[in-house]
Design a protein around this ligand. Structure first.
Ligand code: ADP
Length: 491
């Protein structure tokens, strides 16, 4: 907006009309005092100021405007009818004016000057605005840097108070913070604690997770600097995401050495107990078979029924002991897998047949779905059948109100793998417990009282599949059912 200041109303009027005809917004003042008041209140891009005015002349107005920070930058064009002397013009410039136009005003010259000053002032204002917003941004950034620093300090303080070894890595995976506990296992804050030669290499495992952007969970033995003794630790390193990219990583080592020792003793006991139980059981089995043959019982007689029942129970006991033996084999790294090119379809149909033979036909309905993988895959026939029988037995056991089971297979050429699903419509498993069912001795609490079991079947299955370099998992909904699956590489 442009402010015109003139004590002569007709001058004011004609100038106003002239500028408005060129689309400028115009404000007017008929005295120096009024002009000062308006200039302090409003923002003007240009002031056209008459020099000769009663009370306060144009120079005084310009000098006063130059004294206020709000108005000192506003360009002024003086209008004067008389004084074209050098002295007079000099005073005009000295008082803060930017240009000088004599009366009678040549409209074209005035318009040219107005346009120039107006656009200059507009640019000036825009630059000022940009500078202000830049200053604001810099201030904001400085403030957020300060809050971030105090947040990081607070976070480090928290890590310092943990009973575990704690550390953070930057986005490149380089250590940038360690807490005091770190130094019990490492002499330098830049170096990870030394791991046992038989365990995984931490750096390599971290690089692998860094590429995938996933968390790392690893049991490793690390060496105490003072005693030189190794202690089992659970290492957990979790990525912290900022949008799609990893900002940094937070890691802890939790001492699980005592727990590991107790577990080892328990495993040893299990191993001895299951071995010791196996021998008499094998004898009992053999003698019952002998007895059955010698007695030549009538199949319909009650005695024959009793013998069958004894044999069934022996079979159950045998499965339990074999499972326990498998667990101890896994613990000792002795679960051997004998892979041979095998037709997976025949393994699946054998497993289904075994289940159908040992269960009441009305209790179990197994449907075979999907493309039957009539191909040879390198696998251990007995062990994969064991996995399938385990999935199927669980599907029956945990579906007391539904007898339908579906076995589906898919061949994924792209991934070069085959997937086998066993679906039931039983009690299902709550979301947060689904991963845990593959752990040793884990049983879902809600169902553990109603259904018998030891919680080791799926643990053995996952070890068998792991040794085949496949994957195992479950998707499930409570009261709707579960789908247990495993995949095997085609080669
Ligand atoms: P077990 O059946 O002897 O307890 P498993 O290792 O085979 O041991 O299974 C572990 C746990 O997983 C079971 O105790 C049960 O809670 C849950 N589970 C396994 N299969 C199913 C299923 N098909 N439906 C619902 N829960 C299941």
């Amino acid at each position: 907006m442009i402010l015109i200041v003139d004590d002569n109303q007709s001058n004011l009027y004609s100038l106003k009309k002239l500028l408005e005809s060129k689309d400028f917004q115009v404000d007017t003042a008929d005295s120096g005092e009024v002009a000062l008041g308006k200039a302090l209140k409003n923002d003007y891009a240009l002031i056209i100021l008459d020099v000769q005015m009663p009370d306060m002349d144009g120079f005084e107005v310009a000098e006063t405007l130059a004294g206020y920070s709000k108005t000192k930058e506003v360009p002024i064009i003086f209008l004067s009818a008389v004084n074209t002397e050098k002295r007079f013009i000099t005073r005009g410039y000295a008082s803060g004016g930017k240009d000088y136009v004599t009366k009678p005003v040549d409209p074209e010259i005035l318009m040219l000057k107005v346009k120039t000053f107006y656009s200059l002032q507009e640019q000036n204002l825009a630059m000022k605005k940009a500078q202000q917003s830049l200053e604001l941004e810099v201030k904001g950034r400085r403030e957020s840097q300060v809050t971030m620093k105090s947040q990081i300090d607070h976070f480090h303080l928290m890590l310092e108070s943990l009973p575990q070894i704690a550390f953070t890595l930057n986005e490149e995976g380089v250590i940038d913070f360690v807490n005091g506990k770190w130094y019990e296992y490492s002499q330098s804050e830049k170096q990870f604690p030394e791991t046992h030669p038989d365990d995984f290499n931490i750096k390599e495992e971290l690089q692998r997770c860094g590429k995938k952007g996933t968390a790392l969970e690893l049991e490793v033995r690390i060496k105490k600097t003072e005693s030189g003794k190794y202690r089992y630790h659970l290492l957990r390193v979790t990525p912290v995401y900022d949008g799609d990219s990893i900002k940094n990583w937070v890691g802890t080592f939790t001492d699980i050495d005592d727990q590991k020792k107790v577990e080892k003793e328990k495993d040893e006991f299990l191993s001895i107990a299951s071995h010791e139980l196996k021998t008499p059981l094998t004898s009992i089995k053999a003698y019952v078979q002998l007895l059955e043959r010698k007695l030549k019982l009538d199949k319909e007689s009650a005695e024959a029924g009793f013998v069958t029942k004894v044999q069934d129970q022996i079979e159950k006991l045998n499965t339990l002991i074999t499972d326990l033996l498998d667990v101890s084999k896994i613990e000792n790294g002795k679960l051997k897998i004998n892979k041979k090119p095998t037709n997976l379809e025949s393994v699946i149909s054998n497993a289904i047949d075994t289940i159908l033979q040992t269960h009441d036909e009305n209790r179990v309905k197994i449907k075979r779905d999907g493309i039957k993988p009539d191909i040879l895959i390198p696998l251990d026939e007995i062990r994969i059948e064991q996995v399938l029988i385990n999935f199927l037995t669980n599907a029956i056991k945990y579906s007391p109100k539904n007898n339908q089971i579906i076995v589906t297979t898919f061949v994924d050429e792209e991934e070069q793998e085959v997937k086998v699903n066993v679906t039931d419509f039983g009690i299902g498993i709550p979301d947060f417990k689904q991963e845990a069912v593959f752990r040793k001795f884990y049983r879902v609490e809600e169902s553990s009282l109603q259904f018998q079991g030891m919680g080791i079947g799926l643990f053995i299955c996952s070890e068998i599949i792991k040794q085949h370099h496949g994957s195992i998992g479950v998707s499930s909904k409570v009261d709707e059912g579960s789908t247990f699956y495993f995949t095997l590489p085609l080669n």
